[in-house]
Design a protein around this ligand. Structure first.
Ligand code: HPA
Length: 266
């Protein structure tokens, strides 16, 4: 970690990010609109080498609406075979760099039958069904406690702010519980039915590990899902990644507007 921070600090000098953003599938180009310092994950000591298709795999440091932010353009997914440590390491790095607030975004399938592809959903809570936990292993007491509370992973205060901003911008939104699975296969209709009975609103293959670590180390978290498709069994059509990317692409503009405004307000 010391080497990671030293390397990044040499690149960013006295730039002091206060907000971290993880840009999910199809949402990465938010980071392209700003003057920035970019550092490839492949160059950062302590970051796993990445070769993710369609993801750039870089940290982007920029000033957005007067706030200093660090963005992850591309994330490590558990389904790619990375360990939970690798998946969540960037969040620990953000904390060490002085970040106070994390905005975590993703593409997700709509489990709630009243939700529609193209909707944005503020995550109120998650159910971690990945079968593991990023905190397994020796605890780093400098970051957080052994048995951290998870009763408010997603800040109610930040959700309220995001709701107000969305309303002001006339961007419609949903709120709900994100179910995290490992993927990479999409779910079966029976699984989706079970998730609905569990109280799940959306399903995806990321976010819970990063949010657990963020909450553990004292970051305030806002989670936004871009609902890209009906989850399995909700509609007749089979799921495919192309649809996920296409829907994310359509929602991108309102997503970017909302994100930029939220950054300004916090
Ligand atoms: N399931 C899991 N992950 C996803 C989905 C889905 O339907 N859509 C986008 N990411």
């Amino acid at each position: 970690m010391e080497q990671t921070i030293k390397y990044i600090r040499e690149k960013i000098q006295d730039f002091q990010p206060e907000i971290g953003i993880i840009l999910g599938s199809g949402l990465g180009d938010f980071a392209d609109a700003f003057d920035s310092i970019k550092i490839s994950y492949n160059d950062i000591p302590g970051f796993e080498k990445s070769a993710v298709q369609g993801h750039k795999g870089q940290l982007v440091f920029a000033e957005v609406n007067g706030k200093k932010v660090v963005m992850m353009q591309g994330r490590y997914h558990f389904y790619e075979g990375y360990s939970m440590q690798t998946v969540t390491y960037p969040v620990k790095v953000m904390k060490k760099l002085g970040v106070k607030t994390l905005i975590v975004t993703n593409a997700a399938g709509a489990v709630n039958e009243n939700f529609t592809p193209g909707d944005l959903m503020f995550i109120t809570d998650h159910i971690n069904l990945m079968g593991t936990n990023p905190l397994i292993g020796k605890n780093d007491d400098t970051l957080g406690t052994r048995f951290p509370d998870m009763s408010e992973v997603y800040s109610k205060e930040l959700i309220a702010k995001a709701e107000k901003i969305a309303a002001d911008l006339k961007i419609s939104y949903q709120k709900g519980v994100y179910i995290a699975t490992t993927g990479p296969s999409y779910e079966t209709p029976a699984e989706i039915k079970m998730f609905r009975m569990f109280g799940g609103s959306a399903v995806g293959m990321s976010t819970a590990p990063e949010a657990i670590i963020a909450n553990y180390c004292g970051l305030k978290v806002l989670g936004i899902s871009c609902l890209t498709n009906y989850a399995a069994g909700v509609s007749e059509t089979p799921l495919n990644h192309q649809e996920v990317i296409e829907t994310a692409d359509k929602v991108k503009e309102s997503f970017k507007t909302l994100l930029a405004e939220f950054i300004k307000e916090i």
